[in-house]
Design a protein around this ligand. Sequence first.
Ligand code: SF4
Length: 363
Amino acid sequence: MNFTRKDTKKLWLKDVAIGGNAPIVVQSMNNTDTRDVEATLKQIEDLATAGCEVTRVAVPDSIAADALRSIVERSPLPVIADIHFQAKLALLALASGVAGLRINPGNIGSEQGVKEIALKALEKGIPIRIGVNSGSLDPEIRDKMGGVNADSMVASVLKFCKMLEKYDFHDICVSVKASDPKLTIDSYRKLSQEIDYPLHLGITEAGTPREGIVRSAVGIGTLLAEGIGDTIRVSLTADPVLEVETAYSILKSLGLRSKGALLISCPTCGRTEVDLQVLAERVEILLAEVKEPIKVAVMGCPVNGPGEARDADCGIAGGRDIYLIFRDGEIVKKVNQENAFNALMHEIEIARNKYLQELQNED
Ligand code: SF4
């Protein structure tokens, strides 16, 4: 799948590029208490291991702002400070060496506060994300434009952008999230017509994993498929590591980033001859260690399985008496149940080596 990405300006969060056709960046947000430096760093390390590329921490008070310096110094990821209401905290965060700020200029308290933040960020070359969501619109605009809707969301963003542009600050990224995927999609569509700042996508307050993953996949996935979006964060009421894994699943589904193996498995039907759920879960655990972007299929019957999963690099189709191992849709081995898993592991190794060889040949 090839999508034409909308052209946006590029900005840098330390050495991570956002926008300007850079790969779509995966972000998350710590849910540790920022004042607890060790716990926050431990979670950042877990996020980095999962593939997170940028993280954000809440800065609710000056103790958290003071803790930022140690966090930033030791963090393996660029850290964005998330600030509400107090310009003073944003200035402290900028002094601590953060890679970026996330503010909503409309709620920072005063024009003078916005000015000080913009000028200091400009001096230090630190980008600012303007994060508007359905709960934080400009009240005047919301009342004038009939409440919370895509038009009032976008108008609020544009107003907040102007508040920074007034001080010649243009190192801006923008988000316009709602918990309703449809409102989010409409708002980003409109916004992408209006500005060329990079867009940070997300469904805010998406919920617990069961609902939140679906809502995020629908909202973020739809926009990405239209070429809209430069960086994404999946928001879940869960361990943020799951946010990162979900973000990569969305990107992998659209062929926008490759990270690790992709497991496909059939939904099972009346022809299913094995306990496919058990088998698929076992293979999924195995694939968590595989870094190469190969596609592995786990199918429930030998009659249709290899054909239905023709586009997989390799796979297994379970049968009552015999398991078929296949490669690029062709059956390469027939094994009994006892040897089936090892035979698939062997095929996965072949697929990994083939990928690495192709990579070498390209160089
Ligand atoms: S692969 Fe076989 S078991 Fe799975 S859905 Fe298709 S026909 Fe049914």
